[in-house]
Design a protein around this ligand. Sequence first.
Ligand code: 5GP
Ligand code: MN
Length: 355
Amino acid sequence: MNGINISDIHRFENFIASAGRTTVLVHIRPDGDAVGSGAAMLVFLRQSGKDAVLILPHSCPDSLMFLMTEEVRRNTLIYEDNPRAAEDRIKESDLLICEDFNDFSRAGGMAPLLESSGAAKILIDHHLNPSSEKFDLVFSRTETSSTSELLYNILLLMSGIGGDAGRLPADAATALMTGMTTDTNNFANSTYPETLEMASGLIKAGVDREMILGHVFNNFREERLRVLGKLLTDMTITEDGVAYMILDRKTAAEYDIQEGETEGFVNMPLSIGKIKMSIFLKQDKDRFRVSIRSKKGISANGCAKRYFNGGGHELAAGGKMMVPSELKDAEDAARYIEKVTHEYLSSTDRRTSLQ
Ligand code: 5GP
Ligand code: MN
């Protein structure tokens, strides 16, 4: 089913059964898919009677706090808030389940400890170029909406579930639906036939989709929409059909923009017909965080890898540029984007495998 090898499921079940302490990890600045797939795995393991803990590198965004149920909260460590506790937990774990990232470097400060850990390591992920050699078991699939969808199909194959989504713990089902919904931008991208089967299975199992949409798409602060208005007004469109918007620290402070509140901004310029690629930069303490989205035929991943120290998926990728060593300020960033996107779109390696 879905390209998942049943012998890998048996191996996964054996790893879980023989582990005393299991720790689930997701990527830095966790999004809906990271928190969703992480919480689902945690709840599944705990309701199977296992000693399991979820580590989030940074705190959970407000819009996803509804996934932090009592059981999830009690068994979650936030590395940023309490690095010692998270490190101790990694050191005493027999099994590490890494979700929604393709390399330990995406776990931030925990990366060296994870690399050197003697625990069994399992990867469940949907990004390009996974560091498979660093794991004992790898579930990696790029032709899927999300890690949550991949995990859904893995859990359905587990012996206690027998293909029946109704047997998943209710909170795990809600978390999986949330991760898939946010990574597809509510079925706007990366939606495969299996994605809709998953949605159907989970709704039949009782997941409340309206409630999820209420939390993740219809519960923003006014400031978010106001700054989006400003960014769209100031947006630059290049002759090559690249749209870019830059949110510098001063403007973010003026509008009181909080962590996670610019999620989704980068998608908006793609609604313009002539736009082939959209780039959004948000200035942080010592860097610009970069988000890139492209339309079929242009690889956002290639652009992120080549010019922005990052990567991701073919049509959705990200990266970072350090300040002041790589970019001095917003004007410098604008010049850089215009130069490199022109070079990129004139080159042959801009193409995706998706035509
Ligand atoms: P977003 O633009 O939503 O932050 O990220 C889009 C995609 O790119 C996500 O799948 C994310 O995992 C990936 N991504 C974001 N930032 C980075 C980065 O710095 N390095 C890599 N390798 N991938 C990134
Ligand atoms: Mn994801």
